[in-house]
Write a protein that binds this ligand. Structure first.
Ligand code: GLC
Length: 348
């Protein structure tokens, strides 16, 4: 017996040497590692989410990306309304000039060590839009959605793993309920995988990306490189008081002081989401949260701090809504400075 072992030893050693190469996943294919890579981040609205207006060149000051990186953020979620920069009819070509502008923002982000979430915002009829303008036929609309994604996926197929795809922002009723969203996810993922087998995808939950829809989300079992994205603006009467596009616009002078009840509501929601994540073995990205400027600053700071720390406690990455031009701004473009207390609440 010992002599057999000895004879096989070289083979065993060779196998052992080779094994790590085979078990180590390709870079960017472990969604938990990718989620740690995302870490703390910020949404950039107001640049690529206009309604077809010409995007300036450069789209924003290059030093702003540096400021974001220097402030300690690790990811940016680029808020993009692809549908406003593409043909209405087949083949639904995306404007090459628009692609160039987005490419520039991706390059600036990566140069400042910021991971990038390429978001798919305000898609007509199936994604939340404050004011709905398109009356497009839902079926035609879906064909166009897939055609746009085919182009985006093809365009970024060579991008490094720090570039991730956000499938659809806030899937919304009435044209896309729970089943409709699950069906669209099942259809979109294989399309993205055909050109981007190793890309990290972010998939939100039905009915606006809320925590409450986690249980109903169906991601194909075979899908291993997906992060689930959720949004949270609770309590809405505080975060969206006076916000014209929200049903909570009727509220005014609502404060958030961090009473035990207020904290318990947040704790409970996050603990439930974290339990879902654990059971389903999916990492979570809190892709949007923020309190509108109509609320008082001390309340905004306390709420934002509590949300960010609670997300972190549960191993979630995040992106605050948002950098500027959204009414939740943490950066003041007039003075080109951060609103320090808010910034500190995100990156202490
Ligand atoms: C979503 C909406 C955006 C809104 C934000 C906060 O991202 O798409 O329009 O400003 O939530 O309500």
């Amino acid at each position: 017996l010992p002599s057999i072992c000895m004879r096989r030893l070289p083979i065993v050693l060779t196998l052992m040497a080779l094994l790590p190469l085979h078990t180590k996943a390709a870079p960017g294919t472990d969604p938990f590692e990718q989620n740690r890579r995302l870490g703390r981040g910020i949404n950039i609205p107001g640049v690529f989410d206009r309604n077809g207006e010409t995007v300036p060149d450069p789209p924003m000051k290059p030093e702003y990306f540096k400021k974001i990186g220097d402030a300690g953020f690790k990811n940016v979620r680029l808020v993009i309304r692809w549908s406003s920069y593409a043909q209405q009819e087949a083949p639904y070509s995306i404007d090459p000039v628009f692609f160039k502008r987005v490419d520039w923002a991706v390059e600036q982000s990566l140069a400042n060590k910021l991971a990038v979430v390429l978001d798919f915002h305000y898609y007509p009829l199936i994604s939340f839009t404050g004011t709905q303008t398109s009356q497009a036929d839902p079926q035609e609309n879906r064909t166009r959605f897939l055609a746009l994604w085919r182009q985006v996926a093809e365009h970024y197929r060579q991008a490094p793993p720090e570039v991730m795809f956000g499938v659809l922002n806030e899937p919304s009723r009435p044209n896309l309920g729970i089943d409709g969203w699950n069906a669209l996810v099942a259809e979109t993922i294989p399309l993205l995988r055909s050109t981007n087998p190793d890309r990290t995808l972010l998939v939100q939950t039905a009915n606006g990306g809320g925590f409450g829809s986690l249980e109903s989300l169906r991601i194909p079992e075979s899908e291993h490189n997906t992060i689930v994205e959720v949004h949270n603006y609770d309590p809405g009467r505080f975060t969206h008081q006076q916000a014209s596009w929200s049903s909570n616009r009727i509220y005014k002078d609502v404060h958030w002081t961090g009473t035990p009840e207020e904290k318990a509501a947040i704790d409970e929601a996050f603990a439930k989401a974290a339990a879902w994540a654990k059971k389903n073995n999916r990492p979570l990205y809190l892709g949007e949260f923020g309190a509108y400027q109509a609320a008082d600053m001390p309340s905004r700071v306390q709420w934002t701090t509590y949300m960010a720390r609670t997300a972190e406690k549960h191993g979630m990455s995040f992106a605050y809504w948002g950098f500027w031009r959204c009414g939740f701004d943490v950066f003041d473009a007039r003075t080109e400075t951060w609103t320090e207390p808010l910034l500190k609440s995100l990156v202490p």
